[in-house]
Design a protein around this ligand. Structure first.
Ligand code: ZN
Length: 354
């Protein structure tokens, strides 16, 4: 039996990878509704969810995050299925636990993470809403602890105070805690706190990892990560979306297709179903990860839009050798662009006209 290091042990050594973005990928695979975005797949197609976790593990993810994102009481009320709340959470946690322990012979088991996220009912001026949110966090954390989570991830918070509330609830479990925030396009938390100040406060409240996830691509996330890294002592996390957000459009909610699209989405925006042409390539993700790793940001991953190809790039940056590394690109044997001496000159010459 290979030893299973804790999250912080891994972060103090080579770093840890957490694949995210399951809503988008399950939607692309045909198991989840875009827009509505509820993770019912854990109950309806457990094998499909398990396969997704396995694919990310194969590509190098060290953490199997239970797919309970949006699987909270409020969202279940919105879709009129509140009765499925606990079964859904427990099913997602059990699947994640099973995959985390099912690693190739001789490899270190993965960590299973329980997950809570933005509730979208947090109201800074309404204590009742805040109490309700806290209750939603506590019940989900309780199920995660019950099902054997090794750590907890609170993510995608755009109210600073909601993130603090989440962390307090998470800390009471005694498990290691990752808290990543997601400032919207105004570049400030919705309650007026800067991303940096939010992360500093989260560190004070005892988070093991603070940082950003989702909403922002590499270009509009990196400056905040650098700023946070320079101003906190704890570990820092960075999990961008793989889309080309930019200074004018810092998040994918308002990302433009710049009149390149001849067939726009009927709902009038690229988010969430017409973002495909705005995808970053693997080298852009790799560069982001390398830039982070070079400044000692070692909790890395990719959020909405993630796929195993991108997770493998992160693994390579960290010097990990997951099974998928065997299938890294090898252009030398390409029939037209390769350097292999068996490739005929007249075929190589044709390459620029192809
Ligand atoms: Zn995301």
């Amino acid at each position: 039996m290979t030893t299973k290091r804790s999250l912080v042990e891994r972060l103090n050594q080579e770093g840890a990878i957490c694949a995210e973005g399951f809503l988008f990928e399950m939607e692309r695979r045909g198991y989840l509704t875009a827009g509505e975005f509820v993770p019912e797949v854990a109950l309806e197609y457990p094998e499909a969810l398990k396969n997704l976790h396995k694919d990310f593990q194969h590509a190098g993810s060290d953490i199997v995050e239970a797919f309970t994102y949006n699987g909270h009481r409020e969202k279940m009320r919105v879709i009129g299925k509140e009765d499925l709340l606990e079964p859904l959470n427990r099913a997602a946690l059990k699947i994640a636990k099973e995959v985390a322990n099912d690693v190739p012979e001789g490899s270190e088991p993965n960590l299973m993470a329980g997950n809570i996220s933005n509730t979208n009912i947090w109201n800074p001026s309404d204590q009742n809403s805040q109490k309700e949110v806290r209750g939603m966090f506590e019940e989900m954390i309780g199920w995660a602890v019950d099902e054997g989570a090794d750590m907890l991830v609170g993510e995608t918070f755009y109210f600073a105070e909601e993130a603090y509330c989440a962390l307090e609830a998470m800390k009471s479990s005694g498990l290691p805690c990752v808290l990543t925030i997601a400032p919207m396009g105004e570049n400030i938390m919705r309650d007026g706190v800067t991303p940096l100040d939010t992360c500093k406060e989260l560190e004070q409240l005892g988070a093991d990892v603070v940082g950003l996830n989702c909403f922002r691509g590499p270009e509009t996330m990196l400056p905040y990560i650098k700023d946070i890294r320079a101003n906190v002592k704890c570990h820092v996390g960075a999990l961008p979306i793989p889309y080309r957000t930019n200074e004018k459009q810092p998040t994918f909610f308002n990302l433009d297709d710049y009149d390149n699209c001849k067939c726009a989405a009927p709902h009038g925006r690229t988010f969430p179903t017409a973002l495909d042409p705005l995808f970053t390539n693997r080298y852009e993700i790799r560069k982001f990860m390398q830039d982070c790793y070079d400044i000692d940001v070692k909790y890395l991953g990719v959020c909405c839009g993630a796929n195993p190809m991108l997770i493998r790039e992160v693994a390579d940056v960290m010097g990990k050798t997951p099974p998928a590394m065997r299938f890294r690109e090898n252009m030398s044997n390409h029939f037209m662009y390769g350097t292999n001496k068996r490739i005929p000159e007249h075929i190589k010459d044709y390459g620029d006209k192809a």
